[in-house]
Design a protein around this ligand. Structure first.
Ligand SMILES: Cc1cc2nc3c(=O)[nH]c(=O)nc-3n(C[C@H](O)[C@H](O)[C@H](O)COP(=O)(O)OP(=O)(O)OC[C@H]3O[C@@H](n4cnc5c(N)ncnc54)[C@H](O)[C@@H]3O)c2cc1C
Length: 579
């Protein structure tokens, strides 16, 4: 029997999208298999990003072994963004071992859509202006002047070099027609605007029906580019799955000389000259969340969704604590968003954020002046104050239809419009489930379905309609352009569920602009590098990175890959921008 382990499920959506029997749906807060519909084909287990889908009771073959000792030049801990460093170091002739604690490669990187690419050889060829220094200044300001400029520079110049490398090692330019901006198939503007968002969901059997989270975007593209490069160039990279790094080993001079890890069968010791920590954040470590989140992560009635992969348990922090290095809480971030909620159909969640709809709490009362993305990013604290921290977007059929048609017709939605086009089928499907969508013919019935007093709910709608008539939202001051009355007797009506979710918890390992790990006194640990979510580079307490997280992860991994080689070869490490 195939089942989904709820503790491990990261809501990546793949199983539900792939299941030929449509036996998997979002129930409560996680995915679940309807055993009566299940065909036992096992496809869910194959596509599961985290190993949560598995065959219950299937005998696991563990080969217990005495401690094993391996030799390498470089060890990379974590197979998300770390794959870039691994590939680069191997291209310079180094023997590389990548340790991955999970049974799947990719980490959160495999979930992420895009990274910022402000400038590259491609931009240069097309005559775009080099705005990197402006971006350094802008990012510095956005980061509250706290994030060091030299680190920002490493991120911005490093990601440019990384992007050139990606172009050289993949078919990205051809696929995205990055040649002629006047060609109608040119999708470069997405890049020129800085966002390299790549809809590669067709890879690896990931024919997802919408753009909810899960592998298949920019991060996946990078992962595959690394794997393909390793294969094509016959590089010396070994990826050890289900092998968690546990201890860093230093020699008598305090330099890195190895890593002690553990696979299901026992201890694996690797002698090496350099290590990169790319082991992600701490979004799956409850103790660290209690300690470092600037809000009560476990204080609500409704469990906060965690989208980070199960391997993100803050091991970078604990391995460094063993060496007497403590994290700086002022440079750690636990992200929290809401009420957008996208384990289920993401198109519906996108519509639900549009300003023409209203958001009500479980008492049937509005709680914000709905202004699109502000709802997702700016209101997670406000939603914490609502009953059970839950919100519903109220959508009359005609308004929803108009909204969906607008999305499909919008040229800016070039990469998503085919997902939006199936909105009607999607919402009907979701309405058959328990959590995501409630559907009713009357507003009174809808009020009951969301748990509110129907009279209170309908009165709230009437009050809102009176605001629409006056053109003034007396409760929340919503922009009058979006004050569209809700018809009282023209169903069906839908209520789309939203709650808080956390994408990741980041920070803990301090690095300099050469991606070298620093002790609390500012000295380096020779041979030790780090990048991505385990680092405190781009993060401040309670704030998102001023530059996208994946941008830093890619840049840092690219830079660290080059620097580990230089270190081993006895040359000086470089900051970002190696070109
Ligand atoms: C759903 C989702 C969507 C996102 N979308 C975006 C986006 O669009 N743009 C953006 O900029 N950012 C996005 N992010 C954030 C982005 O994915 C991360 O910032 C980035 O992937 C971090 O890369 P990383 O290599 O540090 O960590 P990860 O990619 O998480 O990799 C860490 C890996 O290390 C492994 N590991 C942990 N401990 C050990 C150990 N002791 N030994 C061996 N292996 C270990 C983990 O299992 C994991 O596979 C998103 C995150 C999520 C969850």
């Amino acid at each position: 029997m195939f089942v989904i382990d709820r503790r491990i499920c990261a809501c990546c959506h793949n199983c539900a999208c792939e299941c030929p029997a449509q036996a998997i749906d979002f129930v409560g807060t996680k995915y679940q298999i309807d055993q009566e519909k299940c065909l036992q084909c096992g496809l869910c287990a194959k596509v599961c990003h985290t190993g949560a889908c598995h065959e219950e009771g299937a005998a696991e073959t563990i080969i217990y072994h005495d401690p094993i000792t391996l030799d390498a030049d470089v060890v990379v801990v974590g197979s998300g963004s770390g794959m870039v460093a691994a590939t680069r170091a191997a291209q310079a002739g180094k023997k590389v071992i990548v340790l991955e604690k999970s049974s799947k490669s990719g980490g959160n990187t495999d979930f992420a859509h895009g990274f910022m690419t402000p400038y590259s050889k491609w931009h240069e060829r097309l005559g775009f202006e080099d705005t990197r220094e402006n971006m350094v200044e802008m990012t510095y300001e956005r980061g509250g002047r706290i994030i060091e400029k030299d680190l920002i520079r490493t991120a911005i110049y490093g990601v440019s070099d990384f992007f050139d490398w990606l172009c050289d090692h993949s078919d990205i330019e051809k696929t995205f027609n990055l040649k002629d901006p006047n060609d109608s198939n040119f999708v470069g503007p997405a890049f020129a605007a800085g966002m390299a968002e790549m809809p590669f969901r067709q890879r690896d059997n990931l024919l997802c029906r919408d753009d909810a989270i899960g592998p298949g975007w920019g991060g996946t593209f990078v992962k595959y580019t690394c794997f393909e490069t390793i294969e094509r160039e016959n590089l010396d990279v070994k990826l050890l799955l289900r092998t968690a790094a546990e201890h860093l080993i230093l020699d008598d001079e305090g330099k890195i000389c190895g890593v002690e890890a553990r696979d299901p069968g026992g201890v694996v010791k690797i002698n090496c000259k350099a290590v990169m920590l790319a082991c992600g954040g701490f979004g799956r470590n409850d103790d660290l969340l209690r300690k470092y989140a600037d809000f009560d992560f476990f204080g609500g009635e409704t469990e906060i969704h965690r989208f980070s992969v199960p391997g993100d348990t803050g091991d970078g922090i604990t391995m460094l604590q063993e060496l007497g290095v403590e994290p700086n809480p002022e440079r750690m971030t636990v992200s929290m968003f809401g009420p957008k909620h996208h384990p289920f159909n993401n198109s519906l969640a996108d519509f639900a954020l549009e300003a023409e709809f209203i958001q009500v709490n479980m008492n049937g009362k509005r709680w914000i002046g709905e202004m699109n993305n502000g709802i997702m990013f700016g209101y997670s604290q406000k939603i914490s104050e609502q009953p059970k921290e839950i919100s519903y977007a109220i959508m009359p059929y005609d308004q929803l239809k108009a909204c969906a048609e607008r999305f499909v017709a919008d040229p800016r939605q070039w990469n998503k419009k085919h997902f939006y086009a199936t909105w009607e089928e999607d919402i009907e499907h979701e309405a058959t489930l328990d959590t995501p969508v409630k559907k009713a013919d009357t507003l009174e019935e809808l009020g009951v379905l969301i748990g509110a007093d129907p009279k209170v709910f309908v009165d709230e709608i009437k009050k809102y309609n009176s605001f629409c008539e006056k053109g003034v939202d007396e409760d929340f001051g919503k922009d009058p352009r979006f004050l569209i009355p809700i018809p009282l007797d023209k169903g069906p009506y839908y209520a789309v569920y939203g709650q808080r979710f956390s994408e990741a918890a980041m920070g803990g390992v301090t690095v300099n602009n050469k991606t070298q790990v620093l002790r609390n006194d500012g000295s380096i640990i020779p041979g030790l590098y780090a990048g991505g979510d385990c680092t405190s580079a781009m993060h401040r307490k309670g704030e998102l990175a001023p530059l996208s997280e994946l941008t830093w992860a890619m840049a840092a991994s690219y830079v660290a890959g080059g620097n580990m080689v230089r270190y081993i070869d006895g040359k000086e490490e470089k900051a970002g921008g190696e070109a």
